[in-house]
Write a protein that binds this ligand. Structure first.
Ligand SMILES: [Cu+2]
Length: 304
C-alpha cells in the first residue's frame, strides 16, 4: 500500500525530522550544525524613565509606568524583572531611571537610579558645589590630615540621599572601592579590613563610629549593586554605608582626598586610601594602600 498523505503533511513530517528536503541540497559542512541549537541570546538595551506602580516581592517584579521610549515603545505600564537588591530598594510611587533589557523572553530593569526631582536637584547641587570647591582650592585641592572633610551628598546602598553632615558627631572611617575590582589585594582586601575593623571596634566597646565606602565606579555601582555587594558578603550595614552618585561628585572627592583613578579598558587602575574623620568632620588620620591594620584605627577610635 502506498503512503497516501498529502504534500502538506509530508512537509510537516520533514520539518519535525529536521528537514528532509534540505539534506539533499545543502552542503555537508553546513548541515553539521544541529538545527536545535538556539540562537545566541541577543540583549537589547534601552534607557527608560518612569514611575514604580507596584513592587511584587513574590514574582521579583516591578510594575512600572514608563515614559515613551523613542523608536521602540510608547508610554505604558508593564512588568519588569529586577535583581533581589533592586527589588528591596524599590518603592511604589518612586520615579526612576534605568535600562530596559530585552532578553527575548523577559524584560528586565538594570542600572536603576532614583530620578525624582528632589533627589536629582540635591545631588546635582552638591556635585556643582564640590566642583567649585576643587576649582577655588586649585593646587591646594588635596586635603591633608588636619583639614576638613569635603562636603558631599550621595546615595547609599538603599537609594537614600546621604550628606556628609549626617555623620556629624560620629567618627567615620572612610575609603573608596568599586564592586567589580578584580584585584584581590586592592578593593576586596580593603573591604575585608573594614569588616574586621567594624567587628574589632565593637568588641572594644567603641560607639558612635561609622564606616563609609564610596564607589569610584558610579557608572556601574548603582545603589542596588552596592546593596547586593554588601549582602552577598554578609557585611553589616547598620553603621556601614556604601555610597554612590554622580561621577561629578565622586571625581572631586577622589581629587580632594588624593586617590588616583584611571579608567583602563573595562577596569579601573587606582590607588587606595583610608581616612579617619573626627566628630567635627576633620581628617585626623590617613593610611594609603590596602595593607593598613584595623587595630591601628580601633586604637584611635578608642581614644576618641
Ligand atoms: Cu580596586
Amino acid at each position: 500500500m502506498k503512503p497516501s498523505y498529502s504534500p502538506a503533511v509530508a512537509l510537516v513530517a520533514c520539518l519535525l525530522m529536521g528537514g528532509c528536503a534540505k539534506q539533499e541540497t545543502v552542503a555537508p559542512a553546513v548541515t553539521t550544525t544541529p538545527a536545535v541549537v538556539p540562537a545566541a541570546p541577543t540583549e537589547v538595551r534601552h534607557p527608560l524613565t518612569g514611575e514604580i506602580v507596584k513592587v511584587d516581592a513574590e514574582r521579583h517584579t516591578l510594575l512600572v509606568s514608563h515614559d515613551k521610549i523613542a523608536g521602540f515603545m510608547p508610554a505604558m505600564t508593564m512588568e519588569f524583572k529586577v535583581s533581589k537588591a533592586d527589588l528591596a530598594n524599590a518603592q511604589p510611587g518612586q520615579r526612576i531611571r534605568a535600562e530596559m533589557v530585552d532578553r527575548g523572553e523577559d524584560y528586565w530593569l538594570e542600572k536603576i537610579w532614583p530620578d525624582d526631582t528632589v533627589t536629582k536637584t540635591t545631588l546635582d547641587a552638591a556635585a556643582n558645589a564640590l566642583a567649585q570647591d576643587t576649582a577655588v582650592r586649585g593646587k591646594e585641592a588635596y586635603r591633608e590630615v588636619g583639614e576638613a572633610m569635603p562636603v558631599f551628598t550621595l546615595l547609599d546602598q538603599e537609594g537614600r540621599t546621604v550628606s556628609g553632615s549626617r555623620f556629624r558627631g560620629k567618627r567615620i572611617v572612610l575609603n573608596f572601592i568599586f564592586t567589580r575590582c578584580p584585584v584581590a589585594n586592592m578593593c576586596p582586601a580593603a573591604t575585608l579590613r573594614m569588616a574586621a575593623l567594624q567587628k574589632a571596634a565593637r568588641e572594644a566597646g567603641v560607639q558612635d563610629f561609622e564606616l563609609v565606602s564610596i564607589s569610584m565606579d558610579p557608572e556601574y555601582d548603582t545603589p542596588g549593586i552596592l546593596r547586593e555587594y554588601a549582602e552577598v558578603r554578609g557585611l553589616d550595614t547598620t553603621n556601614w554605608s556604601f555610597l554612590t552618585g554622580p561621577d561629578a561628585s565622586v571625581r572631586h572627592l577622589l581629587a580632594q582626598l588624593g586617590v588616583i583613578r584611571e579608567f583602563e579598558g573595562a577596569t579601573i587602575k587606582h590607588t587606595l586610601a583610608t581616612v579617619l574623620i573626627d566628630e567635627s568632620g576633620r581628617i585626623v588620620h590617613r593610611v594609603d594602600g590596602s595593607t593598613w591594620q584595623p587595630e591601628e584605627f580601633v586604637r584611635r577610635l578608642k581614644k576618641g
